[in-house]
Design a protein around this ligand. Structure first.
Ligand SMILES: *Cc1c(COP(=O)(O)O)cnc(C)c1O
Length: 472
């Protein structure tokens, strides 16, 4: 290199001493690999799907293929602006329109709104649709029937919408009791709300008769679609008599959820309810697509802009990548995996309502004689690198353990889980203290769960995170 032709001047000539720093700036200096190690270490403090099984029932914490996350992050989707001119976002509208079509086809419905932000909001929309329908026919009616096995959001939704909740007792097999239903049917019944397969994982065998009876008194049939995982591609709710259904796309159609979000709860309806759907609806218009706001009998707006668009992208990608046979095989594998796990656990754990389709509800009540409760079993599972199943739900099963292995787990992983469950049952008998004081190998032991929820401490601790957490 040639020597510099800029005269060299000492820093002293340029800045007076008091204008110069005496110590270098105190900025973080962290090499890339340290940063990655830090976050990897943090990620190991917690359980997640990349570490092991997640057998949570009801909420279907299934595996969500990573490609769907990538697709949702494509800049053309992730950076869309909801106020962008219609011509600039035709692809996004087309995706929404086609997703509506797929959901219609999967559920056997005539129209779909993608607006609701979660299953619970989908329920709310569904019940408002019921009200709009009955009001348009001259009588809003006063009550909605719900079986006692229902998810808590069902009665909460109905009460929030101003209807009376009538709870129906399930039969000893955990199914709808037709006589119990008949006893409550009259012209005040706005509708009947049920999860199918229900919360015990059982398909409601009498559903066609029940739909006929409800329709005979002028009521509407609402299906909570949270368990669609078990039946999609096999049967269609619209074909067995449902008028309204919500999808939890974050449960059935990919999107990691939990901790309060994100969710998406599209609602499908039969044609007699389509005019009441919330605005806007994504419609086809000639060769293009647009949002339709001109729906005079709509129940109104329930979400900002286009709904949870990022989740629509994931659901679209998931359904398209599985295709006709894949959707059906997903449901079949979910049922098969649950049948396998149930067969291995049955006999050791009580199964009051028998094997379900994609999930089974066990009871840990028989361990109580050793002083061990379901809560303890759930904690001990963490020592085996397995997330606890859903516990103490449904409320109708004492010491409930609701297990949904999901469709993607291998036989080896299912065996690992079943072996752990069986070992814990043996430990309950031979060494109950070991189970009662679990977990033993996790970064934190038993938390004060009430306080952890009310005063979460999520600070970054600058010492080794594991040490800091352990010291607390
Ligand atoms: C998850 C769930 C809901 C509520 O859905 P969110 O999407 O969590 O609001 C309702 N019913 C059943 C059976 C569920 O499992």
């Amino acid at each position: 290199m040639p020597s510099s032709d800029v005269p060299e001047r000492a820093l002293d000539d340029l800045l007076a001493a008091e204008q110069r720093r005496s110590v270098p700036p105190n900025l973080p200096e962290v090499p890339e690999h340290e940063v990655i190690r830090h976050y990897t270490a943090l990620s190991l403090l917690n359980h997640h799907i990349d570490r092991g099984l997640y057998p949570l029932g009801s909420c279907t914490m299934k595996y969500n293929p990573k490609v769907n996350e990538e697709v949702a992050r494509l800049p053309g989707f992730a950076q869309l602006h909801p106020f962008a001119p219609r011509e600039a976002v035709q692809g996004a509208f087309r995706l929404q329109y086609e997703l509506q079509e797929y959901l219609k086809e999967i559920a056997g419905m005539d129209a779909v709104t993608l607006q609701p932000a979660a299953g619970a909001q989908g329920e709310f929309v569904g019940v408002l649709l019921m009200r709009a329908y009955h009001t348009a026919r001259g009588a809003p009616r006063s009550k909605i029937l719900i079986p006692d096995s229902a998810h808590g959001t069902n009665p909460a939704t109905v009460a929030l919408a101003g209807y009376d909740v009538v709870t129906l007792k399930s039969s000893p097999e955990g199914l709808l009791d037709v006589a119990e239903l008949k006893a409550h049917l009259d012209s005040e019944v706005a509708g009947f709300m049920v999860t199918n397969p229900n919360t015990y994982g059982k398909f409601e065998k009498r559903i066609v008769d029940i739909a006929r009876l409800v329709h005979e008194v002028g009521g509407l049939m609402y299906m909570d679609g949270a368990n669609l995982n078990a039946i999609m591609g096999v049967t269609r709710p619209g074909d067995v008599g449902f008028d309204i259904l919500h999808f939890n796309t974050h449960k059935s159609f990919s999107t990691p959820h939990g901790g309060g979000g994100p969710g998406s709860g599209p609602v499908g309806v039969k044609s007699h309810l389509a005019e009441f759907l919330p605005v806007p609806v994504t419609v086809k218009d000639g060769d293009g697509y647009r949002l339709d706001w001109n729906r005079p009998r709509s129940i109104g707006k329930v979400h900002g802009f286009w709904g949870q668009f990022g989740l629509h992208v994931r659901a679209f990608a998931y359904i398209r990548s599985l295709g006709n046979t894949g959707i059906r095989e997903t449901a079949q594998a979910a049922v098969l995996n649950n049948a396998y796990v149930t067969a291995r656990l049955q006999g050791t754990y009580d199964l009051p309502y028998g094997r379900g389709l994609h999930e089974s509800v066990f009871s840990g009540a028989s361990l109580k004689r050793f002083g061990v409760r379901t809560h303890d079993v759930a904690k001990r599972l963490l020592d085996f690198g397995v997330h606890a199943p859903t516990v103490y739900f449904p409320l109708t099963v004492p010491e409930a353990l609701m297990i949904e292995p999901t469709e993607t787990e291998t036989r080896e992983e299912l065996d690992r889980f079943a072996d752990a469950m069986l070992q814990i049952a043996r430990e309950a008998e031979t060494n109950p203290d070991l189970v009662r004081s679990a977990p033993h190998t996790t970064p934190v032991r038993r938390l004060d769960e009430g306080r952890a929820a009310r005063q979460p401490d999520v600070r970054y601790a600058p010492t080794s995170s594991a040490e800091a957490v352990a010291a607390r």
